[in-house]
Design a protein around this ligand. Structure first.
Ligand SMILES: [Zn+2]
Length: 229
């Protein structure tokens, strides 16, 4: 039985779904990822053969199978195989607790599960802190971990919202994702702009017009800052 077959058995036994956007780290053991890279490298070499590319003599195609396998497992889809980044929570429950809105801008690279083309964009994560806070860089680490999989942008915004909610305990939060899609720009309609926006709002971000406006205004300020205005 190959390593991937063995892992699929474990996933089925544990009842864990293993779609392109799912994380399977909880059934992985030490050394599994390296074994999967070795297996995927051979499979990618097979794909090159089927595409009739002379990977034996073309110096630029030699080793491409292994490069692809490593790139998928360690970079583009790392969020499927690696456990959630640890995010130590700090108490925010004293008299001087922070009660305002916090908005973090996180740059993301993802890929669409339909075409395996790059999705590149930015997530704006807004929360009204509950009784704990996580380090500012952790918002981005969690968002990137959600993005490094095969996703749909609609799913991605939901995934980031759910994981940030889990890590912070916040009830009031919003996630706005703005991204361009390689599958729209590089093939099919070859559109010059594939900019797509998705918004997920929870709690006051959804129900309170003032909070929602503050979040959207903050996003505009962030965008102006990022573009150097
Ligand atoms: Zn696509």
């Amino acid at each position: 039985m190959s390593k991937s077959e063995e892992i699929i058995e474990r996933l089925k036994e544990a009842g864990v779904r293993y779609w392109a956007g799912d994380n399977i780290s909880k059934v992985l053991k030490e050394g599994d990822k390296q074994a999967l890279i070795e297996e995927a490298a051979v499979a990618f070499e097979n794909v090159l053969d089927k595409l009739v590319i002379d990977r034996h003599n073309d110096p630029n195609s030699k080793g491409t199978g292994k490069r692809l396998a490593k790139m998928y497992m360690n970079e583009l889809m790392a969020g499927r195989y690696d456990p959630m980044p640890s995010a130590t929570a700090f108490p925010n429950d004293s008299a001087s607790r922070y009660e305002g809105m916090l908005v973090v801008r996180s740059e993301l690279t993802s890929m669409c599960s339909h075409h395996h083309q790059i999705v590149k964009g930015v997530a704006y994560i807004g929360i009204i802190a509950a009784d704990k806070l996580i380090g500012l860089s952790k918002y981005t680490r969690i968002a990137q971990w959600c993005a490094e999989r095969g996703t749909l942008q609609e799913e991605l915004a939901n995934d980031i919202t759910r994981e940030i909610q889990k890590a912070t305990g916040a009830e009031h939060l919003g996630v706005y994702v703005q991204a361009t899609h390689g599958c729209v720009e590089n093939r099919g309609v070859k559109a010059h702009s594939s900019l797509t926006q998705t918004t997920v709002l929870k709690g006051a971000f959804k129900d309170d017009a003032g909070t929602k406006k503050e979040f959207m205004d903050n996003i505009k300020l962030q965008q102006e800052f990022a573009s150097g205005k």
